[in-house]
Design a protein around this ligand. Structure first.
Ligand code: F6P
Length: 541
């Protein structure tokens, strides 16, 4: 593999002075050559420094890493999550009706379909009012209590698909900070609120603590009938039973569905409640279409593979440490947070599958905000700062508000302007002319020329789609899932475990007694000093 990495690094060294805009001057058809499309979803990566040689080198790298075999292994249900000794089969949750997916020789699809139908039946009954609250009322509100993968996906999708909402209002509580659940429950009526406790493990302290608070809130007016307002989503059905939630309101999923990949099954229940069966199925179909594309398209035309290779190019070859997700789609406001978990929890790894230290950087730092808001906040750094941040724009051809089409035009113009400005910049000559036209002269002219110059040559990709429908949302999420997989496969790491979250959890547990007034002089002085500063006199509580 080293020789393929070295080839790419050499190529970059030889070509790094060539500006991206020069690539467009040399090849007026560059957009056609450096863009690809799948089921109406376009990926334009022409505004990067990639040329044919670099792309060929990256594809060779993917081939040498055995990417095609890795993809087949994942979809086949091999135990690719080696540290947890299980498959990563979230794709089965959205597979077509006739698919057969085997785990340990058993077809798991009948079970998946049965659970989906149960979810649809239950959600349908809540939506229609047939499934009533303990007091015989209609459920008007659903509160999902979960964190990480049991929260971010449904939160993101609920917001993204707001135009399709025709069910109960959906709310989310994740943080163990009591402010979160207090503010959420403040405006709600326990008599008409359904609580979903979503936790793959059903042991996450934040979720269990918030669940206990919510149950106490329900019990106020409902007493023992409170349990009729509870639903559980989990892989640990022994624990849900101990919680007193009857099996008909428990929706389980297998442990081979990773938390951050779990939106497609029972974790998506609040989304299903909000948008209904047909729209939820359309979201699954969009993801399935991307799965099919990922498995069958030539690497050179394969959207997730290309996005993964662009990521590798930017982080490993160009040395850019972060990646900004900039949806020009307000309803994708939570996509950056969702992708932070998907990408950073999957690929933030320092050892290979075999347990050896990795020899190059792995997952980048992922962050972002919707445009145009970000333009008025952090884009200054993107344009003129000393860090180069590869950016990923997302934009729809049309919004859901035909009467506000002029606003959507403004949104599109801004999105296109940003990727253009990042690439083209403003030369010192242009900056000088601008400064002079504004009346600056002499040494002030020189100073203003420097301030008005934009280096440009900052890479971006753009994902363009017809409209943010459930199908398109499914495509987008699956595209990013497979991009993360592609990068992880090339780095030779396990994208499906998350051992790095353990230590903090363990320490929090051991520090709780100290925070609650206990003594432990063996702790470091900073910890002891902060505990003292944060301690609250009994009278003040
Ligand atoms: O702490 C990280 C994590 O384990 C995530 O991987 C997971 O999505 C989240 O916690 C929540 O876990 P659970 O669904 O088991 O409550």
């Amino acid at each position: 593999m080293d020789k393929y990495w070295a080839g790419l690094t050499d190529h970059r060294r030889r070509t790094s002075e060539i500006a991206i805009s020069k690539l467009f001057q040399d090849d007026p058809q560059r957009f056609q050559a450096f863009s690809a499309e799948a089921d109406g979803m376009l990926l334009d990566y022409s505004k990067t420094a990639l040329d044919e040689t670099a792309l060929a080198g990256l594809i060779e790298l993917a081939e040498q890493a055995g990417l095609a075999d890795r993809i087949a292994e994942m979809f086949r249900g091999d135990a690719i999550n080696v540290t947890e000794k299980r498959p990563a089969l979230h794709t089965a949750l959205r597979a077509s009706a006739d698919a057969v997916v085997e785990v340990d020789g058993e077809d798991v699809m009948p079970g998946i379909r049965h659970t989906l139908e149960r979810m649809e039946g239950f959600a349908g009954a809540v939506r229609s009012g047939a499934h009533k609250s303990a007091t015989g009322a209609r459920f008007t509100d659903v509160v999902n209590i979960g964190i990480g993968g049991s929260d971010l996906g449904p939160v993101m999708a609920t917001l993204a698909l707001a135009p399709y909402h025709d069910g109960p209002r959906c709310h989310y509580v994740s943080n163990v900070d009591g402010a979160d659940i207090t503010d959420c429950l403040k405006g709600l009526d326990p008599q008409t609120t359904l609580i979903i406790i979503a936790s793959k493990s059903f042991g996450t302290i934040e979720t269990m603590t918030n669940a206990a608070t919510a149950i106490a809130w329900l019990r106020g007016p409902l007493g023992e009938q409170a349990s009729q307002h509870l639903v559980a989503v989990s892989s640990a059905q022994d624990k849900t039973a101990a919680f007193g939630i009857p099996p008909e309101r428990v929706f389980g999923f297998a442990d081979w569905v990773g938390g951050r990949y779990s939106l497609w099954g029972p974790v998506g229940l609040p989304v299903l409640m909000a948008i209904g069966r047909d729209n939820f199925r359309a979201m699954l179909s969009g993801a399935a279409a991307m799965d099919h594309h990922f498995q069958t398209a030539d690497l050179r035309q394969n959207l997730p593979v290309l996005l993964g290779l662009i990521g590798i190019w930017h982080s490993n070859i160009c040395g850019y440490a972060t990646r900004a997700i900039l949806p020009y789609d307000q309803r994708l406001a939570r996509l950056p947070a969702y992708l932070q978990q998907l990408d950073m929890e999957s690929n933030g790894k320092g050892v290979t599958l075999e347990g050896a230290k990795v020899s190059r950087t792995t997952g980048p730092i992922v962050w972002g905000e919707p445009g145009t808001n970000g333009q008025h906040a952090f884009y200054q750094l993107l344009h003129q700062g000393t860090h180069v941040v590869p950016t990923e724009f997302l934009i729809a051809a049309t919004g859901h508000e035909p009467e506000l089409a002029h606003q959507h035009d403004l949104l599109k113009a801004n999105c296109l302007a940003q990727s253009k400005a990042l690439m083209a910049g403003r030369s010192p000559e242009q900056a000088r002319a601008l400064a002079a036209s504004r009346g600056h002269t002499d040494s002030d002219l020189e100073r203003m020329t420097a301030h008005l110059t934009f280096p440009g040559n900052r890479p971006s990709v753009t994902l363009a789609y017809p409209r943010l429908t459930p199908f398109v949302l499914g495509q987008i999420i699956a595209l990013y899932e497979h991009r993360v997989f592609t990068e992880g496969a090339i780095w030779g790491i396990n994208s499906f475990d998350q051992w790095g979250v353990e230590l903090g959890k363990e320490l929090a547990e051991s520090l709780l007694p100290l925070v609650q007034g206990g003594k432990d002089p063996s702790k470091d002085s900073s910890t002891l000093g902060l505990v003292a500063k944060l301690s609250v006199p009994k009278s003040a509580t």
